[in-house]
Write a protein that binds this ligand. Sequence first.
Ligand SMILES: [Zn+2]
Length: 169
Amino acid sequence: MRDVLPAIIRHLHFQTDVEGLVVVADSDRSVTHTTQHDRVEGGQAGCRVCELRNVHELIRSRLAERVGRASLKVAIGVAVPAVEGWYARGVVPHVNEAAWSRALQSGQFPYTKVSLKKTVYGTRRPSILLEIERAVEAASRLANHIDGLEADFPGGFGALAADLRRWRL
Ligand SMILES: [Zn+2]
């Protein structure tokens, strides 16, 4: 994501009328974002939220203003450890950022990216159609529980939610 993001932003900025871009990456086993990183100049090394923000800031600083229209809005989130963690929220107990951060520290993982995929899709290698189907189901359910999703994933989803709230201003 980090490598392709500049090209995506440049394309949307110059070639389209798109108003906003939502970027969500998997954290895998990288550092979980917290609001404490916001106080570190340049963000926290090894954190994908901070890294993606840095990439966005750098490319944005190099782009000329879009004449006659607002700048492209960008919202960045990172799902811990993968987007299936968000989908599992409220369905599988104890899937949240706090549990994952403890697992990273202890090396004892109560669930993994692969086990989450099996839980959500019934297979570790879902088709794109099945991924879309489950994503739509999860989004429909989670739309009524945004506060809970943000409470359970305050770093990676919280960052996304904060960016999106600024879009309304
Ligand atoms: Zn961070």
